[in-house]
Ligand binder design. Structure first.
Ligand SMILES: NC(=O)c1ccc[n+]([C@@H]2O[C@H](COP(=O)([O-])OP(=O)(O)OC[C@H]3O[C@@H](n4cnc5c(N)ncnc54)[C@H](OP(=O)(O)O)[C@@H]3O)[C@@H](O)[C@H]2O)c1
Length: 326
């Protein structure tokens, strides 16, 4: 099954994460990124994922340029709620109804579209009841500015409360062979409630492709240089995991990145992934992961190779960890 349904739309289970085209992973070339996005649409990768805070704001503008003339082929997903200033400094989380309304209007302008296909709350605001935030999102649906609504990094109890106000179409949460926590409650809950589960950083921010041999080769401003799983002894320990994955991948005749994605698709039919890339050929490689068929025993073997908690280090620093699963 290569697609899943969100509302009345078919979405390919490999989407494209656009974040790294404008932020976090060092410099990227805008023209090349536009070409990558357009190529993705041409080969049938239709979910394009961005957020107002990526760039900040530049990633939505870039996506808007890329989809000009191709709007009908794209399923545009963006997010609000993490506030940053011009310098990129984090200013906090905001889920108040007034903020939701303004953020949506600003995103529509930057994207140059009349509606957003999927609008996520990026992080749950502990100071605003989820019912109020989702109530404001529901009004955006009524106004025709948004088609479907989603949450990111929300706690299962929050998801249930949100669902009582308006149907939640997608939950976006980190999920991969080195972040298996969502299997415990989030993925079963999404199945029960008919919510698509969108796995972000499905390649462990590139680590699970086997392509990152050392953080020394990363740009000086690359976020991963300070990310716990890429730091010090954690890197060496996590490298053992990805080396073992690479061995399996060569036995299956696929790349390590494809193995990481194929494992994810084998989990459940309502799970999809939004790997990020700035390279055209990797769109094809990641899409082809849908054709890597792992048997039940292959999946069990991978589960044993990378059980819950196998990765060394937390997925965010201390501050970041306080903003997830709320
Ligand atoms: N909701 C949230 O809080 C949240 C948080 C983080 C990310 N996201 C979303 O999820 C998307 C994906 O996550 P991510 O970008 O953090 O991590 P990711 O998809 O796990 O990894 C992206 C990295 O992997 C590399 N890569 C991609 N395909 C590859 C392949 N086939 N072989 C080797 N390397 C490959 C990319 O490098 P190249 O560019 O060189 O190909 C990039 O550095 C983001 O773009 C963003 O839209 C959401």
């Amino acid at each position: 099954m290569k697609t899943l349904t969100i509302g009345n739309q078919q979405v390919t289970r490999v989407g494209l994460g656009c974040m790294g085209m404008s932020d976090f992973y060092g410099p990227a070339d805008d023209q090349q990124s536009i070409d990558v996005i357009r190529h993705a649409l041409d080969v049938g990768v239709n979910m394009l994922d961005t957020a107002d805070m990526y760039g900040p704001w530049r990633n939505e503008q870039l996506l808007g340029k890329a989809i000009k003339g191709k709007r009908d082929q794209a399923f545009v997903a963006t997010k609000f709620g993490v506030m940053r200033d011009e310098s990129g400094a984090f200013l906090g989380i905001n889920g108040s109804p007034e903020y939701v309304r303004k953020a949506c209007d600003d995103s529509l302008k930057r994207l140059g579209v009349e509606h957003i296909d999927l609008y996520y709350q990026h992080r749950v605001d502990p100071n605003t009841p989820i019912e109020d935030t989702v109530g404001a999102m529901k009004d955006l649906v009524k106004a025709g500015k948004v088609k479907y609504i989603g949450l990111s990094e929300a706690h299962p109890d929050t998801i249930r409360r949100a669902q009582s106000v308006h149907p939640i179409s997608a939950l976006q949460t980190e999920y991969s062979l080195w972040t298996r926590d969502p299997e415990q409650a989030h993925i079963p809950l999404c199945k029960e409630l008919g919510i698509a589960f969108v796995a972000y950083s499905p390649l462990g921010r590139g680590f699970l492709s086997g392509g990152i041999q050392s953080t020394e080769n990363l740009d000086p401003n690359d976020y991963r240089r300070s990310a716990p799983r890429f730091s010090g002894d954690n890197f060496a320990q996590n490298k053992q995991l990805v080396d073992a994955m690479a061995e399996r991948a060569s036995a299956y005749g696929c790349t390590t990145a494809q193995l990481a994605l194929a494992w994810l698709f084998a989990q459940a039919g309502h799970v999809m992934a939004i790997p990020g890339t700035t390279k055209r050929h990797r769109i094809d490689e990641n899409l082809a992961a849908l054709s890597v068929n792992l048997s039940h025993s292959d999946v069990v073997a991978l589960n044993e190779l990378a059980p819950l908690g196998a990765a060394a280090g937390t997925r965010y620093d201390e501050r970041g960890m306080t903003t997830v699963n709320r």
